[in-house]
Design a protein around this ligand. Structure first.
Ligand SMILES: [Zn+2]
Length: 120
């Protein structure tokens, strides 16, 4: 795999997603317009609070992170610098969503487990 240092965002939108073609869902689609990875996580914290105040959805321990769960209809993806301490400054394909309900509160070990099973 070639690791590149661009920050291009790849966005997939369903046909009919554009608000002007879908007045019924105007409010909803405006709120779920594509956002940056960083802003998506800011939105989750604003809407749902800090994950530290919640139990981990997998093990029941104390959660510490909001983890995006793949498969949301508004899913976005893009290459970003991997900011985990042991990542060694490489870029990785990240997925996220502007939908704040597509995230789970997880502790670090459970988040890593889920990432590993998603990468496999
Ligand atoms: Zn856990």
């Amino acid at each position: 795999m070639t690791l590149r240092s661009n920050t291009r965002t790849v966005t997939r939108l369903e046909p009919g997603y554009m608000p002007e073609n879908n007045n019924e869902r105007k409010v909803n689609t405006e709120r779920l317009s594509p956002v940056s990875y960083a802003y998506a996580h800011t939105k989750v914290r604003r809407a749902r609070g800090s994950a530290h105040t919640l139990p981990c959805e997998d093990c029941g321990g104390q959660a510490s992170q909001w983890a995006y769960q793949r498969g949301d209809e508004h899913e976005q993806s893009g290459w970003r610098l991997d900011e985990r301490p042991k990542a060694g400054g490489v870029n990785r394909l990240y997925y996220w969503s502007p939908n704040v309900w597509a995230y789970s509160s997880l502790c670090v070990p459970c988040h890593l487990l889920r990432d590993r099973s998603a990468d496999a």
